[in-house]
Structure formats: C-alpha cells, structure tokens
Design a protein around this ligand. Structure first.
Ligand code: DP6
Length: 402
C-alpha cells in the first residue's frame, strides 16, 4: 500500500558540534549502555566550522522509523540508534504520565524520519559520531517535547557524544553506578571563558580509520595493562589538573597535559595486543614540529592532540596562529598554495624568519597535510528556526539534492 503523504509531519532541525578530548576516553566497563573506565574532558569546537545538522519528522502517516545519513538511507535497527530512540520515547512517555504539558502526546505513537548531514568528512578521526549522536538525541528530544538532562542518552549512542551536548569545556564524569545514571557530561566552563584560545584541525588524511574506536578500545581493555594503570592511577589526577588549568586559563599547563594525555592514549594503543597504530609519519612530523617550535621560543605556545586517526588538532593562542599556520604551510607544502588550504576563521599573513626555519631544522614534507580548519571553542546544540533549512521536505522525505 502506498504511504499516505498528505498528513503534515511535525518537523524539527537542530545542529550539534564536534568535540575534541584533551583528557581521552578509551575503554568501557559496560559495552551495552556505554560506561567508561575513566572520566574525560573535551573542548567543544565551533559549529561555524564543524557541525552535524539533523532534521527529525514525526507523522501519523509514517509506517516505520527511517534514517538517511549523508544522503544515503541507513539501517535504523542499529543497536545504538535504537537505544537513543527508545530512551527518548521512554522519557517522553514518563513526562507525559507525570503531567508535563510540553510533551507532544500525539507524536508519541508516531514513527520518525531522520535525516542527518555533516559538513566535514565522516570517520576521518574528526569525532563525527559524537556530533551525529548528540544532534540526533537533541533533535529527537525537541520533536517529542522532552527537556532536561540528555547527555546520558547521547552517551548510549557513542560515548564521546555526551560531551557534545554542551558548549565550551566539558567533562564526562565516569560515575560508578551500574545503571549508568551518574555517568553524565557537565560543562566546566562556557565557550566565552577563554576567547583567545584557538583550535586548528590539520587534516592529514580524509580516509576512513583502519580500526574504529569501539573495537579498538575493546581490545585495549582486554589486553593493555598500561590502559588499566592509566584509568586507575593517571586520569583522576589529570582531570583535576586540567580543570584547574582551564579555570585559570593557564595555557602552558593546559597544553602540556593535552600533549601528555594524547601521547599516553597512543601508548595504550601500542600496548594493545595486537597493537593499534593511529599516528602515521605525518602525525609524527607534526609532533616534532610542535616540540621544536615550543623549544625555539622557550615556552609552550602550541599543543597537539590526536584521536583514533592521523589528523592533528592543535591548540594555541590567537596571537600565535599566523606564524604557526605559515610554519605548517612551509614544512608541509600543499599541492596548491591557494586559499583552499586554510578554511574557517581567517588567518592573518605572517613571515617566517630564517632563524625560525633553521631552528626547527626539519625537512619539508610535501602534501603531508590536505588542509587546515581554523576554529575556536563554541556553543552546544542549537535548534534551527529557519524552516528552509530542514533536510526533510514537508512530506517527510529527504530533499532531492541530498
Ligand atoms: C579517541 O566515543 O567514538 O576520540 O563510545 O565506542 O562510540 P564509542 O567510542 P567513541 O570514542 C572516542 C575515542 C577518542 C577519545 C575521546 O573522544 O575521548
């Protein structure tokens, strides 16, 4: 029987940010509801540069839940998608039963159509699942009229997604309850707290990662005693120190902890058996470049961090951006030196002194980096009020351009 498309669906569109961890999450104590073995802390990146947009529609005429991701229909029965859908519907039902007038009772029994797009390459180590699940949960909550704490639901889509539910500097407290009720994200400081802080994403490769985080961390938990030591004896202290460094806007302390924590995460990957390698020769060259740059100036001006992929994320202060970007451009000469190399926030011109180039003393590595995204800390998920931005048409199906 053809679907009845005459019923006008209830449509909501939201956007959500990517986050980059400075104290890394790696390892679960519960795979089903995604409970981590350690707390973690991240910076939410600005949505002007990196974001997921999701439209959710509900209608009595929809016959089944359906999802389209980056233009392609995907399997809605994926267990993590199902967890998020189930939890939001459960919360909506609970609120309705508690007499909350904001809950859209009619839509509770309706099926949903979901359409989501990223404005950056998926699975390139740029935390696309974090922004994706945060956006899904935020949009579903809006469409069903659910408010309040949602990070515990986003967490069940992808662990790191719970941190994308807030802007600025965000911690995910591991919690210790078996049901996960205390494993939630919390804002440490808002995005306005440290306006000089800048973030540069150095996209080394837009390829899919060889070992996904989910299976990678599973093997690490089983085989790495370094990971156990890290979770039990290193991260708790680092969470306190990192929070302190952020509160005081102490860049040197923030930068040093960020680099050490990234290095220790990759060390646990190497300690995993069989070992996992996320860093490649370009990543290693960036690490050398950052340390040589800081050494040249006798102070920590720049920090790197790497997730489950070879792309570097650089933290620095606004005043150092032009020189550092031009140094990256000098040591990783791009194929075309056009404006396309630097995307996002504009970067002023800078000249590199011979003394600096010689002080760094590295051999340039052509085409090592595809492009740089220049950004800063940004806000959490948002509702898009403009109906022309919906990814689903008024019949609840994706726009043809998708
Ligand atoms: C290296 O959140 O992608 O980016 O919970 O299995 O979905 P799942 O894993 P995911 O892992 C992210 C790992 C990391 C570090 C971090 O973001 O904290």
């Amino acid at each position: 029987m053809p679907e009845d498309r005459t019923e006008q669906p209830h449509i909501v569109t939201c956007t959500a940010p990517v986050n980059i961890a400075v104290i890394k999450y790696w390892g679960k104590r519960n795979e089903d509801i995604i409970l981590p073995i350690n707390s973690s802390l991240s910076v939410t990146l600005h949505q002007d540069q990196l974001k997921t947009t999701t439209t959710v529609a509900t209608s009595r005429s929809f016959q089944e839940d359906r999802i389209w991701l980056n233009g392609k229909e995907e399997d809605i029965t994926h267990p993590r998608l199902q967890s998020c859908l189930r939890e939001i519907r459960r919360l909506a039902r609970k609120r309705r039963n508690d007499g909350d007038s904001g809950v859209d009772s009619a839509s509770l029994s309706h099926k949903v159509h979901i359409c989501s797009v990223n404005n950056f390459p998926t699975a390139a180590g740029l935390a696309s699942s974090a922004a994706g699940f945060a956006c899904l949960v935020y949009s579903l909550a809006r469409v069903f009229g659910v408010e309040g704490e949602l990070s515990g639901i986003a967490r069940q889509g992808s662990g790191s997604a719970c941190r994308s539910m807030y802007g600025g500097f965000v911690q995910w407290i591991m919690g210790n309850k078996e049901d996960g009720k205390d494993s939630l994200a919390q804002q440490v400081e808002p995005e306005t707290h440290w306006p000089e802080l800048r973030i540069l994403v150095l996209v080394a490769s837009a390829e899919r990662k060889p070992v996904g985080s989910t299976s990678g961390m599973q093997t690490s938990v089983k085989t790495s005693c370094l990971l156990k030591h890290r979770a039990e004896s290193v991260v708790p202290g680092r969470m306190v120190e990192m929070t302190e460094a952020i509160r005081k806007k102490d860049f040197a302390a923030f930068a040093e902890l960020t680099m050490k924590d990234s290095n220790q995460f990759h060390a646990t990957c190497l300690d995993t058996y069989p070992p996992i390698f996320y860093l490649n020769h370009v990543s290693q060259q960036i690490i050398s470049l950052v340390h040589r740059y800081n050494k040249h100036y006798g102070e920590t001006r720049v920090a790197y961090t790497f997730d489950a992929g070879p792309n570097a994320v650089i933290f620095t202060l606004q005043q150092h951006v032009p020189e550092f970007v031009h140094m990256v451009q000098y040591f990783f000469p791009p194929e075309t030196n056009g404006a396309d190399f630097i995307k996002g926030l504009p970067v002023n011109c800078a000249s590199l002194s011979e003394e600096l180039k010689q002080g760094i003393g590295l051999e340039p590595m052509p085409k090592g980096i595809n492009y740089i995204i220049s950004t800063k800390a940004g806000p959490g998920p948002r509702v898009v009020e403009d109906p022309t931005q919906h990814l689903l048409l008024s019949d609840g199906f994706p726009k043809k351009t998708m």
